[in-house]
Design a protein around this ligand. Structure first.
Ligand SMILES: [Mg+2]
Length: 223
C-alpha cells in the first residue's frame, strides 16, 4: 500500500509551509513566497514551480529544485521541532499491525520531497514502519498521478508481486491518483475533505479516520 503523509499519517501544524517559506526567503530574498500557492494534495515540485514562476526566481525551476531541497531540509527539521503536530488517530496501531505481516509492504505515495517527507516520519516516530522508504515522492514527478504510478512500480519491484495496491489519502488528488493507476482508493477524512466528498470523487471506501483498527485493517487488506 501507499500512504499519503500530510493529514493522512500525521499533521505537522503547518511546519512544511513555514519551512518552505523560510528556505525560499533564504535563497531568493522573497518573503511569503507561498502566500497564494495551493498546498493541499499537491506535489512539492508543483508547489515550488508555482512560486518560482510567480517570483521569477529561476530560469529553470526543475534544476533549481535540487538547491531548494538542500535549503529546505534543515528548515523543515527546525520547524518540526518548533510547531506541535500529531499522528492522526489510530495510525500508530494500524502501522504496527501491518508491519507484522510479511505479505504486506508499506510504502509512501506523497507529494513531499523524499528527504523532507522522511524528516516528518522520523520526527513523529514512524519512519521504522517504512524500511527503505519505498514509494513515490514529490521529487519523482510534478503530477500526483505519475508519482503514485512510480510508487506502485517500486512497490512491485520490491517484491510485492501482484499484491492488491491500496492508496490511502485525505484529498481528491489521492483518490484520483489511485484510480488513474488501478489501485484501491481509501479516503480518510482527517484533512479538509469530508467522507462524502471523498466518496463523491470516486474513493472505493472512505472513513472519518483510522481509529477503529479492526475496521481499518479490514478495508486496507480487503479481507
Ligand atoms: Mg494529504
Amino acid at each position: 500500500m501507499l500512504w499519503d503523509i500530510d493529514n493522512t499519517l500525521l499533521y505537522t501544524g503547518g511546519a512544511g509551509g513555514v519551512a518552505m517559506t523560510r528556505a525560499f526567503r533564504e535563497l531568493y530574498g522573497v518573503d511569503d513566497a507561498f502566500g497564494r500557492v495551493e498546498f493541499s494534495g499537491r506535489s512539492d515540485t508543483a508547489i515550488f514551480i508555482d512560486a518560482a514562476r510567480t517570483h521569477a526566481i529561476a530560469q529553470d525551476p526543475a534544476l533549481e529544485i535540487v538547491r531548494f531541497i538542500d535549503a529546505y531540509l534543515p528548515h523543515m527539521e527546525a520547524a518540526l521541532r518548533e510547531i506541535r503536530g500529531a499522528l492522526m488517530p489510530g495510525i500508530d496501531a494500524v502501522l504496527a499491525t501491518l508491519s507484522e505481516r510479511p505479505d504486506v509492504t508499506q510504502g509512501l505515495g506523497t507529494g513531499n520531497f523524499r528527504r523532507t517527507g522522511e524528516a516528518k516520519l522520523v520526527h513523529y516516530g514512524i519512519a521504522h514502519y517504512f524500511p527503505g522508504t519505498v514509494g513515490g515522492f514529490g521529487d519523482d514527478h510534478e503530477s500526483r498521478d505519475e508519482l503514485v504510478r512510480i510508487g506502485i512500480e517500486r512497490l512491485r519491484n520490491g517484491g510485492s508481486g501482484d499484491e492488491r495496491v491500496v492508496v490511502i489519502g485525505d484529498t481528491p488528488h489521492d483518490v484520483a491518483a489511485a484510480k488513474a493507476n488501478g489501485a484501491f482508493a481509501l479516503g480518510v477524512a482527517t484533512g479538509r475533505d469530508s467522507v462524502q466528498r471523498l466518496h463523491g470523487c470516486g474513493a472505493d471506501a472512505a472513513v472519518e479516520d483510522l481509529s477503529d483498527t479492526d475496521a481499518a485493517l479490514h478495508l486496507i487488506l480487503g479481507a
